[in-house]
Ligand binder design. Structure first.
Ligand code: DX5
Ligand code: ZN
Length: 216
């Protein structure tokens, strides 16, 4: 099956955002990945809901919202109001993850959970059947353009085994340092969804990179 491609607009040019969003709209990209950071959970701040309100009006592609913030459950109504399909929260930011997952579902969105590079896959064992997707961070979250952490490939294989063993229907997403080279390895390891920022928006022909990723 072809991979699902979700370009991360963190690497887009916000001064000419409608141009970059038009590119995504015309491309073979499946989703749009939106990174929200708070300067607390991660050492960076990206963009907030007043800005995103206008950004999300520029596309009809499903929005895949990745919250790198503490207490993400506080913002379920705001994420829903953006029109998000998927609301993705960090395992490390949610002591009551099961409750947050239910709340996201009750709000009418698909719940997803992200794990940082140092968080083991096996910690997802008791939530894997309740989530639509698991995101394996292949860099430490907070910045675009970082180097892919090789061990992430092993984590994708482990997650694939956990999904197969439990009968979960969760998709496997990977985010951080994804380019044409790492994307190929990730698909071989069992990834379903690839997020890419720099590899797409830093390219001379972003639409072509999306097409090439899709064809891997
Ligand atoms: C990083 C973000 C990523 C980021 C990926 O914390 O979650 O989505 O935009 O950027 P690249 O693909 O450049 O590593
Ligand atoms: Zn992300």
């Amino acid at each position: 099956m072809k991979p699902i491609i979700s370009p991360s607009i963190l690497s887009a040019n916000f001064a000419h955002l409608s141009k970059d969003m038009d590119m995504i709209n015309h491309s073979e990209a499946d989703w749009v990945h939106i990174d929200i950071m708070d300067g607390v959970f991660v050492p960076n701040i990206s963009f907030g809901f007043p800005v995103l309100k206008f950004v999300t009006e520029l596309t009809k592609k499903p929005l895949d919202v990745h919250l790198m913030i503490v207490q993400p459950e506080k913002f379920i109504p705001e994420v829903k109001a953006l029109g998000a399909s998927i609301m993705n929260v960090h395992y490390e930011a949610c002591p009551h993850l099961h409750r947050v997952v239910q709340q996201i579902r009750e709000a009418g969105m698909k719940p997803a959970v992200t794990i940082n590079p140092a968080t083991p896959v096996m910690l997802l064992q008791d939530i894997i059947c309740d989530v639509h997707m698991v995101l394996i961070m292949s860099v430490n979250p907070g910045f675009g353009g970082q180097k892919f952490i090789e061990h992430s490939l092993e984590k994708v294989r482990e997650l694939r085994a956990l999904i197969d063993r439990t009968g979960s229907k969760a998709l496997i997403q990977v985010d951080g340092g994804v380019n044409l080279e790492t994307a190929k390895l990730l698909i071989e390891a069992g990834a379903d969804v690839l997020v890419a920022g720099n590899a797409i928006f830093g390219a001379e022909d972003p639409e072509k990179v999306i097409q090439q990723m899709k064809a891997l």
